[in-house]
Design a protein around this ligand. Structure first.
Ligand code: GLN
Length: 557
């Protein structure tokens, strides 16, 4: 390819949550599968430096990268679709941009100039996008997604920066893709194009003419309607693409490809490339859409009403389901309801239980009770981060008989703090970016379920926590049958615990969900789902009781 990268800018209009991240990742995948080196990035217009200190209700999941940066959940989509590991440079926020500029200003670097949004903020944004061209290695194309919606006050500097890039780099090197909504009005029985027209007009007012429209709609819109949108928005009709709701987000690239979306991009940039190589992707999507098995996994956490808080976990189950040819329905159980209604009432129908990560004491007793239930009933269990800490507390209380075992996170004056503050966290007062974050190595015990899953003894996994298993209780836990199957190379930190006598009971201090990929399911999720399918066949037979719980695994992303 040429030694200069091309830029594709993805903006969104009308409403948020249209799936710009999935659209950007899908285009990235198609170009990558045609042989290009692709780098996706997300530009977030909020003032936080990163989403690490934001409430999941505000922002959804915090996606942690190998380098320890806490980033937007769209980076999870990029990593999963393109099977790449990204770095902190792939997520730019207004907070970071202003932090850099204000630090520079205080140093006196601006030599007396008035520091302004244009040119200083826009220059910094452009530099951060351009830096990705060669960092860490050269790429052919950068796909930059702008968070928020056109018309937001806070997005303006980003839109101005990409407008300038369009001008400076020229049309042969840049492309603007706008993701918009074409709603179907039930009472009128028709699709409406006006919101799209308004959104494109707003974009043009700030000097950006989109080259392609991805029209989010409940079902494909007609050619006549695409013509109409084309006419009003000055976008060629073949570049008005249907982006209809699909049963799985992994189908989006296939739908785009069927409409020659990637051909249009290649033509614009003068690339003559073979068709995308999708020989693994297409059967994977077919498997997601028509699985032979169907299992139910209970998931017990604080944010059960906010599925975005558990995005990577939901995706990791889809990947693991492909491996076991299983549809994994997630039964969302509020840990607080569980405490009141009892574990048996809410969990009797599940084939496995997952306790995800979390912060704060609310709901912890319910999680501990759920773990007791699955441990005693030999139901497969996977614990993640806080889920592992709860598993240790449960084991200490009910097996080791330390009735008041708990975590130092919740109570400072404890008789048995089986989970305590990590040594290097003592004295930490700032909350942003100060947890144990990012990839750390871990050594597995041969013959353990974890070792069997990974097929190797040295692994690397991503962390985000302040507390850990208290080594003072290691011997007692071991003597009572808990295997400490994963430890840090210096053996000072326990990273995985499991119960060898149980059908499948594994809990990890790290977050396996962050490294699961659609065509490479994470080993722990893969074996957990396999164990749940097995449990269903052996322990429960095939008679499945209908559950009133909502199945959200297949809601469009
Ligand atoms: N709150 C726990 C800690 O800080 C667990 C964190 C998590 O689950 N990500 O250690």
């Amino acid at each position: 390819m040429s030694d200069k990268a091309k830029y594709i800018f993805v903006t969104g209009g009308v409403v948020s949550a249209l799936g710009k991240g999935i659209a950007s990742a899908s285009i990235g995948l198609l170009l990558q599968r045609r042989g290009l080196k692709v780098r996706n990035c997300k530009l977030d217009p909020y003032l936080n430096v990163d989403p690490g200190t934001m409430n999941p209700f505000q922002h959804g999941e915090v996606f942690v990268l190998d380098d320890g940066s806490e980033t937007d959940l769209d980076l999870g989509h990029y990593e999963r679709f393109l099977d790449q590991s990204l770095t902190k440079d792939n997520n730019v926020t207004t907070g970071q941009v202003y932090h850099t500029i204000i630090t520079r200003e205080r140093r006196g670097d601006y030599l007396g100039a008035t520091v302004q949004v244009i040119p200083h903020v826009t220059e910094e944004i452009k530099n951060r996008i351009k830096k990705l061209e060669r960092n860490p290695d050269p790429v052919d194309v950068i796909i930059a997604e702008i968070g928020g919606t056109v018309g937001d006050i806070e997005s303006l500097p980003f839109l101005e920066a990409i407008r300038q890039m369009g001008q400076e780099e020229g049309p042969e090197n840049t492309m603007f893709i706008h993701v918009t909504l074409v709603p179907h009005i039930q009472t009128a029985g028709e699709f409406k194009t006006k919101p799209t027209q308004h959104s494109v007009r707003a974009l043009r007012e700030i000097g950006i003419q989109p080259n392609m429209l991805l029209c989010r709609c409940s079902r494909p819109i007609s050619d006549a309607l695409r013509q109409k949108i084309s006419l009003f928005c000055s976008v060629p009709a073949d570049a008005v693409i249907n982006a209809e709701d699909v049963s799985t987000i992994y189908e989006v690239p296939l739908r785009f490809h069927a409409q020659q979306t990637d051909d249009l991009i290649c033509r614009r940039f003068g690339w003559q490339l073979p068709a995308p190589e999708l020989s693994e992707w297409t059967p994977m999507v077919e498997k997601i859409n028509s699985p032979r098995n169907h299992i139910k996994i209970g998931i017990c956490g604080k944010y059960v009403n906010l599925k975005d808080a558990y995005k990577s976990i939901i995706e990791a189950f889809i990947h693991a389901g492909v491996f076991s040819d299983a549809r994994v329905s997630l039964i969302w159980v509020s840990s607080e309801d569980l405490k009141h209604s009892g574990a048996d009432k809410l969990l009797h129908d599940i084939d496995g239980l997952l306790i995800p990560g979390g912060f704060g004491e609310r709901g912890v007793e319910g999680k501990i009770e759920a773990i007791r239930y699955v441990r005693e009933n030999n139901i497969p269990f996977l614990g993640i981060c806080l889920g592992m800490q709860c598993a240790v507390i449960e084991f200490a209380r009910n097996v080791c008989k330390l009735a008041d075992a708990h975590s130092f996170e919740f109570y400072r004056d404890l008789k048995h703090p089986v989970i305590h503050l990590m040594a290097d966290q003592e004295g930490v007062t700032e909350l942003g970016g100060t947890m144990r974050l990012g990839a750390y190595p871990c050594v597995l015990t041969e013959g353990s379920k974890s070792h069997e899953a990974y097929g190797q003894t040295e692994i690397s996994e991503r962390h985000r926590h302040r507390y850990e298993l208290n080594n003072a209780y290691r011997d007692m836990l071991l003597e009572n049958g808990l295997l400490l199957s994963g430890v840090s190379p210096d053996k000072r930190l326990v990273e995985i615990v499991e119960i060898p006598s149980h059908s499948w009971f594994v809990a990890a201090q790290f977050h396996p969900e962050l490294k699961s990929r659609p065509t490479r399911p994470h080993p722990l999720f893969r074996d957990f789902v396999k164990a749940a399918v097995q449990y269903q066949k052996e322990a429960k037979g095939d008679a499945r009781k209908a559950s009133a719980a909502v199945d959200l695994t297949d809601a469009p992303g």
